[in-house]
Design a protein around this ligand. Structure first.
Ligand code: GDD
Length: 341
């Protein structure tokens, strides 16, 4: 089968490509047109996973429907995975227009192409837990009230509705994964888990200044990105909308403690509010300070997801908890820094 991964250079795209290639499948991967994947950092994940030469890489402007259609006609994929777009919630307040335009136009372009060309192609779209109403704390599933609090969440709610409408009105085999947070050593450094793992590793291997975080008492339902990639492969076989989550809440503070301990520090906290610091009780060195800069205008309170629908209808099972994932991330970052990767 031929698989087209839109956004193959991102965390989820590269892990999905690795899985499919390992299963002997043919993978076409797109990267953002205008970026030279060969001469900059864009393809670092594919390089590290040693799969860059095993993928047919294509530049794509997903907002240009004609460009997308040429690609589809050229490769005629059996399954398309839309994993590209703006994914940083914090940034979406600064760039609401481009967040909405990119995430929504790309969805319509794919759905309209499949419909108008009468294709039998299955398509997976990534949505987000940021679509849910966070004024109540009951565990969220596919039937929970949806009321996003940020431009990113609004764009992902539109993705969810468009996919559902095209599936129900036109019978397309299209699905949405409503992703809660998911992490791996291949996460970008602007997300909090990788920011922690990278900086703890840096402080361990080469020292240097402490790093800053925002609100460390925020909680999230965090999972392993590899488990979610397994979920994506099951979902495309049973088109629908599915929540992917761990069902547990963990604070940023507790992940910082886990990461620091795993690296051999003895993390302790002192001070309050913006003056709070995390230091290593063995050496007295300050590891982390708080900066107002990383506080969100509106931060979605921690919500928990319920993946029962996915588990019951596809047999999906999670294999790792977030503490195990953050420790793997620290180890990988220590190796990268030691080996200058
Ligand atoms: N990024 C970041 N940087 N977050 C921080 C920091 C910091 O220095 N300090 C505290 N946080 C808090 C954020 O305020 C938030 O409450 C939490 O850590 C997690 O932030 P992120 O890792 O940036 O993830 P996110 O929850 O905003 O969004 C991720 O998960 C969504 C699914 O729930 C992204 O992957 C989204 O694309 C995804 O949809």
């Amino acid at each position: 089968m031929t698989h087209l991964i839109i956004g193959v250079t991102g965390q989820d795209g590269s892990l999905l490509a690795e899985k499919l290639i390992g299963e002997g499948e043919k993978v076409i991967g797109t990267f953002r047109r205008g970026g030279d994947y060969g001469n900059n950092d864009k393809a670092w994940r594919l390089d590290e996973l040693k799969i860059k030469n095993l993928i047919s890489l294509e530049p794509l402007d997903i907002n240009d429907i004609f460009h997308f259609q040429k690609l589809i006609i050229k490769h005629n994929p059996d399954i398309i995975y839309q994993l590209a777009g703006n994914s940083f919630v914090g940034d979406s307040f600064e760039a609401p227009q481009s967040t909405l335009a990119t995430n929504i136009n790309s969805t319509i372009n794919i759905l309209e192409t499949i419909r108008s060309l009468n294709m039998n192609t299955k398509v997976f779209f990534a949505s987000s837990s940021e679509i849910f109403d966070s004024s109540t704390f009951e565990v969220k599933n596919e039937t929970s009230k949806m009321e996003p609090l940020n431009p990113y969440g609004i764009s992902k709610l539109t993705v969810y509705h468009l996919v559902k409408m095209y599936r129900e009105a036109f019978g397309l085999k299209v699905s949405t994964g409503i992703f809660f947070n998911h992490e791996s050593p291949f996460r970008a450094r602007n997300f909090v888990c990788r920011k922690i793992s990278y900086n703890i590793a840096r402080l361990k291997v080469s020292g240097g200044p402490s790093f800053s975080l925002g609100n460390i008492d925020m909680k999230r339902d965090w999972s392993s990105a590899e488990d979610f990639v397994d979920g994506i492969c099951l979902i495309v076989k049973k088109p629908g909308d599915y929540v992917l989550s761990s069902g547990n809440l963990t604070s940023v503070r507790s992940l910082l403690i886990e990461a620091a301990r795993h690296a051999g520090f003895e993390p302790k906290f002192k001070g309050e509010g913006l003056k709070e610091v995390c230091y290593d009780a063995i050496t007295g060195k300050v590891l982390m300070t708080i900066s107002e800069k990383y506080y969100r205008k509106i931060d979605t309170p921690g919500l928990m997801g319920d993946s029962e629908k996915l588990e019951k209808s596809t047999g999906w099972k999670k294999t790792k908890g977030i503490n195990q994932v953050i420790c793997q991330m620290v180890e990988k970052d220590i190796n990268r820094i030691k080996n200058k990767i």
